[in-house]
Design a protein around this ligand. Sequence first.
Ligand SMILES: C[S@@+](CC[C@H](N)C(=O)[O-])C[C@H]1O[C@@H](n2cnc3c(N)ncnc32)[C@H](O)[C@@H]1O
Length: 334
Amino acid sequence: MIFQLSDFQFPETPSRLFPDTAERPWVLEVGFGDGRFWPPFARTFPEAPNYLGVELSGVSLLKAERRLRAAGLSNGVLTKLPASVVVREVIPPGSLDAIIVNFPDPWPKAGHTEQRLLRVPFFQLAANRLKPGGAVLLTTDHDEYFEFACAEAEASGVMRVELAEPPAAALETKYALKWRDLGLEAHHARFVPTAHPDAPPVTAATYPKEESAVPHAILRLPDTLHPQALTQTHFDKYTARGGQHAADPVGWTVVLLDAYRSLAKDGLVFLAHVVEGELTQEVLINVNPRSDGQFLVRLARFGGPIITPGVKAAVATVTAWLEERGAETTNRGY
Ligand SMILES: C[S@@+](CC[C@H](N)C(=O)[O-])C[C@H]1O[C@@H](n2cnc3c(N)ncnc32)[C@H](O)[C@@H]1O
């Protein structure tokens, strides 16, 4: 089953994700590529563990989903999201039996190591999300990344490094075969938590059920911005940044990319790009007329956004953009 960001709860529960098999072990695979690892690996257990696969490539997601279906693995969820977002926001503390990373992108160029997944912050987060006895399992052909990951695990202060033989299924993935053909050998390590550091989710909140909780503002528009008589003829990208304090340590950047006139509602629609660490969302913000002549600025449900501090800030940014052009806000709900 393929999940979008908005299909998840923050954090999740195994009984919601895997209702028929909630009591089974839970494994997360990061960067599953075309999905060759999980079906043969799952067969090495008496009962297939619950599986959450994260991958950035949409094409890979579809290939992997076909493989899960062909193998009859119904207790598997795949999602196209960055691993650190899923581990931080979706996985509850103390819930995973394993995090499996096979042949991660090595980011070999100098200055690119910050892009690597297996660094101190990830290990600290993983140590919180793993169950006692759980581990991060890494298989890679890349000598330098392997040494780097082992050093980062040690430096995290919360992981012990155990060298071991890779699982057989990890040696049959697309990239395992590619590197084997080039004569490269695979290394394998288990990173076992030695502590359970505190690491709460930081950004996410679900789309609220009560309408009043959806970020919004009510304002009066000057005549020049009334959709029927709009005199604004061009739009420059508009950027706002904020957060990075105790309540929002990740911080956010909102870029208003464009604005449109809504023919159906006789209003305006803003397209906003919201960045919070590795989490990015494109959201629409409606500015629609109310019966009292004022306008309601409100996050649109379109695309199933999740309401994070950055998404609330997107509504505030549209409001600020309108205010700079003469709008007068009478009520703020964000
Ligand atoms: C070198 S490929 C290995 C694929 C597969 N594990 C294999 O062995 O064939 C690395 C994969 O990790 C994915 N990836 C990279 N960074 C990621 C991230 N932050 N979260 C999830 N997947 C990621 C890439 O899209 C790519 O498919």
